[in-house]
Design a protein around this ligand. Structure first.
Ligand code: ZN
Ligand code: ZN
Length: 359
């Protein structure tokens, strides 16, 4: 069994090898954000002002959607404090760039910074980790879903990526809003309601058809892009008892120009080691990780990660395996026998009755 270490342990080993500037905020990231704002507003004006053919409207929708996603990646960085340090400005800019994804800065910092980052891949405490077999066994609806054929589940799982971010974010709002102090709750509510009011209000100005191209289709596209990354960040990794980013996170590789467009969001393991560092410097962190722990680091092309997601079931079994309950087959996770180039399931050893007794 490999020894697990916290993200702080890894960070302390790497920090001395990084330049001092890597620990400073990078406000120049906002120039990219400004460019996206310009593209989004121009696209919206073009759709609502001119009577464009369908194909052109769809093309502009695609551009707006990809910009929405990129703005979300920037919002994520901003709310980690890596762009500006002043709290009010950080929250304001975070709100602006998360506006399209309808997620407020207070909610995001609680859900993502204070919970996901602190309890990554903890079966009970990470709000973003996937289901375990015990949880599925306890729910009749989930048991029914997981009896569907594997390929049907994979198809719907991929289709659902086009709305899962918004759905999950809304769910997180209703879970976490209760945990804020009463005097802060109104602000959390406003940050949830205001984006919806503006987006739905926009429908009355531009008409339903234009609104579909201006907001709804871009939102679905943005969801798909953002979830394309989020679903590969941890879901092929095991659930762990120590928050060890090398064990519980995956960095995907994408062409360089995509890293530029997406603010290096592909460097997710690096991000979990240094969440308050600008992603601009993650290539330097990657170099150090690969030098020090080449066998522990998980990295694969984005396309391979998506294929591996398609080909493995989404229920954790004993923390480091994935199980398809309909066939009683188990698959390894990263670091535990998952070879993404040749995914081979094997028959589960224990009988289902033993599991029930354990649960
Ligand atoms: Zn993560
Ligand atoms: Zn983060």
């Amino acid at each position: 069994m490999k020894e697990l270490h916290s993200f702080g342990w890894y960070a302390s080993k790497i920090s001395p090898h990084l330049p001092k500037k890597a620990f400073k905020p990078v406000p120049a990231r906002l120039l990219g954000g400004l460019a996206y704002l310009f593209v989004v507003v121009s696209g919206m004006l073009a759709i609502s002002t001119f009577d464009l053919p369908l194909i052109l409207n769809l093309a502009i929708s695609l551009i707006i959607g990809t910009s929405f996603a990129a703005m979300g990646f920037l919002g994520h960085e901003i709310l980690h404090g890596t762009v500006v340090r002043k709290a009010w400005l950080r929250n304001f800019l975070g709100a602006v760039f998360f506006w399209p994804l309808v997620t407020g800065p207070r909610l995001w910092r609680k859900w993502h910074n204070m919970t996901h980052h602190v309890h990554t891949q903890d079966e009970e405490n990470d709000p973003d980790t996937w289901l375990s077999k015990d949880k599925v066994d306890r729910s009749p609806l989930l048991r029914w879903i997981y009896r569907l054929p594997f390929s049907v589940r994979a198809f719907f799982e991929f289709l659902s990526l086009s709305f899962t971010f918004t759905l999950h974010s809304t769910r997180m709002f209703f879970i976490y809003v209760k945990e804020f102090k009463v005097e802060k709750r109104w602000a959390v509510w406003m940050q949830f309601v205001l984006p919806w009011v503006t987006w739905i209000g926009l429908m009355f100005f531009v008409g339903l058809t234009n609104w579909l191209f201006i907001f709804l289709v871009p939102l679905l596209i943005a969801n798909a892009i953002v979830m394309g990354y989020i679903s590969t960040n941890h879901r092929l990794n095991p659930q762990v008892e120590v928050n060890d980013p090398l064990a519980n996170s995956l960095s995907v590789t994408v062409p360089k120009w995509i890293n530029v467009l997406h603010f290096n969001f592909s460097y997710h393991t690096e991000h979990h080691l240094f969440p308050s560092m600008s992603s601009k410097y993650y290539p330097l962190v990657k170099e150090q990780i690969k030098k020090k722990w080449p066998d522990l680091y998980h990295e694969m092309p984005m396309t391979s990660a998506l294929k591996a997601l398609w080909n493995t079931p989404r229920i954790y079994y004993n923390g480091n395996e994935l199980i398809d309950p309909s066939k009683d087959m188990v698959y390894g996770s990263l670091g535990h026998g998952l070879n993404y180039e040749a995914i081979e399931p094997r028959q589960r050893m224990e009988s289902p009755t033993n599991d029930k007794k354990k649960a």
